[in-house]
Design a protein around this ligand. Structure first.
Ligand code: UDP
Length: 397
C-alpha cells in the first residue's frame, strides 16, 4: 500500500508540472524536483523567447517608453526647479551643452558629457534643462517628495527616475587597484574580453563558480560562505574597497587580491550581484562566454530588460542560502551542454546589442524624447543652483 501511495504521489507532482507544459518529457525514472524544474524553466524560456531587432538600439527601447510614461503630458521648468538638488543641472541651448560649475564626481560628469556631446554632433536638439544624477542611488521615489525627470543610471521599480547609460561605459567607473583611473572604455574591454574568451574555450575553463568584489551588499555573503566550505566548487572572495577598515568588512577574512575582468574568463560560472545599486560587472561577465548567474532582479540598468532569464543567464533568488546555490551550480556542472548554450546566447546578446554605438543611440533617443516633452522656454543660467548665486554655468563645446 505504501509503495502504491509513493508512486501516485510522484506521478501527481510530475503531472502538476506536465499539465502546464506541452511536450513535457521529464525522465520519470530519474525524478528530482529541483533538477527537473531547472530543465523545464530553460525549455519554457527558450521556447517562448522572441529575439529583439538589433537596429537602432531597438532591443532597449521599451525601457525608454516605460521610463517616460509618467511624463507623457510634459516636462516643465517647475519640475526641474523642485528637484534641482537631486543631480547636476545641465542646459542644452542652441545645440550646445552647459553645466553647473561644480560636479561632485568630475570623472562621472565627464563620462556623461562624452555621450551628450556625441549626440549634439549628430542631431539638432531643442533647448532643454536636465537634471543628471551621477550618484549611485536613484532619486525619484513617488511615495515621498516631488516627481520630476531626474536621469539616473540605475533604479528599482519603486523609483521613477529615467535611466541613462552609465558614465562608466566611457569613464568614471569604480577605481580599483587594477583600474586606477576607474573602470571605463567599454569599447576596449569588449574587445579584450572577447579575445580572452576565444583563448579559453568552454572545455578549457575551470568547472567552478567565481566571484571577486567588495562587500557592497551582504547578499554576496552566501556565495562567499559556500566558497569557504566548498572551495572545489566555488572561488568567491571579498576584496577591499575605499571604505575598507578591517577584516570585519570582508566577512571576517583578510581581503583577497583583485582579479582582472579578463581573468574571470577562466571560469565556467560567473556570479553577478547588486552593489549599492546595479553593479557595472554584469555586462562584462557575458563577454567571457561563461555562464552568468544573476542574483536578484530588482536593480536595473537600461539594458537589463533585453536579457532574459534562463535564455541568456541563470536567475538566482537574492535570499538563496549557500545550500541553494550549491544545488544550482551542481546542476550546471552536470548539464554542461545547456550551460554552454545559455552562455553563448548571453554573449551574442551583449556583443550584438551593447556596443558603444548602441549606448550612443540610446542617449540620442532619450534626449530626443526628452526634448519633445520639454514644454517651457529656457534662458542661459535661469536656474539658480543655490539662492543668490550668480550665473554658474560652463560651456562644453
Ligand atoms: N572588480 C574587478 N576585479 C576585482 C574586484 C572588482 O574587476 O577583483 C570590478 C568589478 O567587476 C566591478 C567593480 O570592480 O565592476 C567594482 O566592484 P565591487 O565589487 O567593489 O563593487 P560593485 O560595483 O560590484 O558593487
Amino acid at each position: 500500500l505504501l509503495f502504491i501511495c509513493f508512486i501516485t504521489f510522484s506521478l501527481r507532482i510530475n503531472s502538476q508540472y506536465c499539465e502546464k507544459k506541452e511536450n513535457c518529457d521529464i525522465d520519470k525514472s530519474n525524478y528530482d524536483e529541483a533538477t527537473n524544474l531547472i530543465t523545464l524553466n530553460i525549455k519554457d524560456a527558450v521556447k517562448s523567447y522572441i529575439p529583439c531587432k538589433s537596429e537602432n538600439c531597438s532591443c532597449h527601447v521599451n525601457v525608454l517608453k516605460r521610463d517616460f510614461e509618467p511624463f507623457k503630458t510634459g516636462i516643465t521648468k517647475d519640475m526641474i526647479k523642485s528637484l534641482r538638488s537631486h543631480g547636476i543641472i545641465y542646459q542644452i541651448i542652441n545645440n550646445k551643452i552647459y553645466r553647473q560649475k561644480d560636479c561632485n564626481f568630475p570623472s562621472r560628469c565627464s563620462g556623461v558629457e562624452h555621450f551628450i556631446k556625441k549626440v549634439l554632433k549628430k542631431v539638432k536638439l531643442p533647448n532643454m534643462d536636465l537634471i543628471i544624477n551621477v550618484r549611485d542611488y536613484p532619486q525619484v521615489y513617488p511615495h515621498h517628495g516631488p516627481i520630476g525627470p531626474v536621469l539616473s543610471f540605475s533604479k528599482t521599480k519603486d523609483y521613477q527616475d529615467i535611466m541613462y547609460p552609465a558614465w562608466s561605459f566611457y569613464e568614471g567607473g569604480p577605481a580599483i587597484k587594477l583600474y586606477p583611473t576607474g573602470l571605463g572604455r567599454f569599447d576596449l574591454l569588449r574587445e579584450s574580453l572577447k579575445s580572452e574568451a576565444e583563448k579559453i574555450p568552454w572545455n578549457k575553463k575551470k568547472s567552478k563558480a567565481f566571484f571577486r568584489g567588495s562587500r557592497t551588499s551582504d547578499e554576496r555573503d552566501a556565495l562567499v560562505l559556500l566558497s569557504r566550505s566548498n572551495p572545489e566548487l566555488v572561488d568567491a572572495q571579498y576584496t577591499k574597497n575605499q571604505a575598507w577598515k578591517s577584516p570585519a568588512d570582508t566577512l571576517n577574512a583578510e581581503p583577497a587580491e583583485e582579479v582582472s575582468l579578463e581573468d574571470h574568463c577562466k571560469y565556467k560560472f560567473l556570479f553577478n550581484y547588486r552593489g549599492v545599486a546595479a553593479s557595472f560587472r554584469f555586462k562584462h561577465l557575458f563577454l567571457c562566454k561563461s555562464l552568468v548567474f544573476h542574483v536578484g532582479d530588482e536593480w536595473q540598468e537600461f539594458f537589463y530588460d533585453s536579457l532574459k532569464p534562463w535564455v541568456h543567464y541563470i536567475p538566482v533568488n537574492s535570499k538563496s542560502k549557500p545550500e541553494d546555490l550549491k544545488i544550482l551550480i551542481n546542476y550546471f556542472k552536470h548539464h554542461q551542454d545547456e550551460a554552454q548554450e545559455i552562455a553563448e546566447r548571453g554573449f551574442e546578446m551583449i556583443w550584438k546589442n551593447l556596443k558603444l554605438e548602441d549606448v550612443e543611440c540610446y542617449w540620442r533617443r532619450l534626449l530626443r524624447q526628452y526634448g519633445r516633452l520639454f514644454k517651457d522656454n529656457i534662458k542661459f543660467c535661469d536656474i539658480k543652483i543655490r539662492p543668490f548665486m550668480k550665473c554658474s554655468f560652463n560651456l562644453f563645446k
